[in-house]
Design a protein around this ligand. Structure first.
Ligand SMILES: NC(=O)c1ccc[n+]([C@@H]2O[C@H](COP(=O)([O-])OP(=O)(O)OC[C@H]3O[C@@H](n4cnc5c(N)ncnc54)[C@H](O)[C@@H]3O)[C@@H](O)[C@H]2O)c1
Length: 397
């Protein structure tokens, strides 16, 4: 049976799904997007990115104009594509519990639009065992659809390079499905890593937990140095200089965003909440804003100080505020300081932000909370707290 489209991306209006859909379309595939967010779909339809992703918008405009990318809020578009890639969000709840049913439930909602002969590719970061659960559900519904799990490993802001550069992990239980998944991702890259689904599920969680733990180590070493009155960044530069074994020791900074903590907690939950290093990393990383404020309170009369926060995104050059620790810093300072003013040149979703000039003008003290490059040469006579080392003037607080 023929298909009108090569790929449909379910959740294709999101931070991961949209770059993926654009990348496939850029490689000549006929691509559909199904997303439940009409605002995102409208923007994509008019060739506008709903969020910042460097390099994406010109390609989006081109693939929309030549009809290679068709966004829709109508789930029936799913039946038109040979490959159905599901990359919807998989957050943990407010108690850090994962919900293993999100992806299987979304797939069941699509069941009426799935057709024999399709390959269903799960690409969300899932709780281990979700691929097997989806396979069982589809078999229970009598649907003859191949299933693969092929995790996404891009970093936001680098998607349009990394989708064409990073090796793709593909997994499936049956050899035919594995071959199909391999062929699909060979459209993007030459290097494919084959695993079985459970290995691939853990591989994705290990990828993010590893990164989260590395940041936690850096942050704890930062606090240790700082408490000794020493500058962590000077020590780090000494450690990494021409020393490959420690070359990936990160700078200090708020380790935040929608993935790293969430996926470390998914892994902990999967292992019966037994992930000592993961939980320790959470305490260190989530504790850093508290540590910074505690240190500030020793040096400044906070109840009579207005603090300006520079950068509210969860990382540099990003407009994404999801799970940003800048907001935790803001909450703590609201309680402890005379006033808090926040600014970010990229963020568009926060009505409390004020222009940078106003923050510089009205604040007594400035804290860089997201390492946007423009803060490197910001002209101000106010003290600037810069734990990331953006300004190269020391990271002590
Ligand atoms: N953000 C990252 O940097 C990143 C990197 C690698 C992997 N991931 C993983 O990718 C997945 C998606 O993350 P994201 O950051 O793109 O999330 P997102 O919230 O930006 O995007 C998810 C999209 O799915 C849509 N959606 C939700 N439920 C749907 C449904 N039932 N049917 C159709 N559309 C639906 C939403 O409207 C949204 O547009 C998560 O599992 C995440 O862990 C994220």
């Amino acid at each position: 049976m023929g298909f009108d489209l090569d790929v449909v991306v379910v959740g294709g209006g999101g931070h991961v799904g949209l770059p993926l859909a654009i990348a496939f379309a850029d490689r000549g595939q006929r691509v559909g997007i199904y997303d439940v967010n009409p605002a995102a779909v409208d923007k994509v339809q008019s060739g506008v990115m709903p969020f910042d992703e460097p390099g994406a918008e010109p390609v989006l405009k081109r693939v929309i104009a030549d009809g290679r990318l068709q966004p829709s809020v109508d789930a029936s578009i799913v039946s038109k594509a040979e490959h159905v890639v599901v990359v919807i969000g998989t957050p943990v709840d407010e108690h850090l519990n994962p919900d293993p049913k999100v992806v299987p439930a979304a797939v069941e909602d699509l069941a009426a639009h799935l057709r024999p002969g399709q390959l269903l590719v799960l690409r969300s970061t899932v709780y281990p065992g979700v691929t097997a659960l989806v396979e069982r559900r589809l078999a229970g519904l009598g649907l003859d659809v191949d299933v693969a799990f092929c995790p996404e490993r891009i970093a936001e802001g680098k998607a349009l390079h990394e989708l064409f550069e990073l090796p793709q992990i593909v997994s499936a239980r049956n050899p035919a499905a594995l071959t199909r998944a391999r062929k699909l991702f060979e459209v993007l890259v030459n290097e494919i890593v084959e695993l079985v689904p459970e290995e691939a599920e853990l591989a994705k969680l290990y990828t993010n937990a590893y990164r989260y733990l590395k940041f936690a180590l850096a942050n704890q070493l930062y606090m240790m140095a700082n408490d000794f009155g020493l500058d962590y960044e000077r020590i780090r530069q000494g450690v990494i200089y021409n020393y490959p074994r420690a070359a990936d020791l990160p700078a200090a900074g708020f380790a935040a965003g929608p993935c790293l903590l969430k996926d470390t907690m998914q892994l902990a939950a999967f292992n019966n909440n037994n992930f000592v290093l993961g939980h320790a990393a959470m305490m260190v990383n989530e504790g850093l804003p508290l540590y910074v404020v505690d240190r500030l309170s020793r040096r400044y009369d906070l109840p009579n100080t207005t603090v300006g926060i520079l950068g509210m995104a969860f990382k540099g050059e990003s407009d994404d505020t999801r799970s940003s620790l800048a907001y935790k810093l803001k909450r703590i300072l609201r309680f402890k300081a005379a006033g808090v003013l926040c600014t970010d040149p990229y963020v568009t979703v926060d009505r409390d932000l004020v222009p940078q000039e106003e923050v510089l003008d009205r604040s007594d003290l400035l804290v860089i909370a997201a390492p946007h490059r423009r803060y490197a040469d910001l002209a101000t006579d106010k003290p600037v707290i810069d734990i990331w080392g953006v300004r190269g003037e020391g990271v002590r607080v």
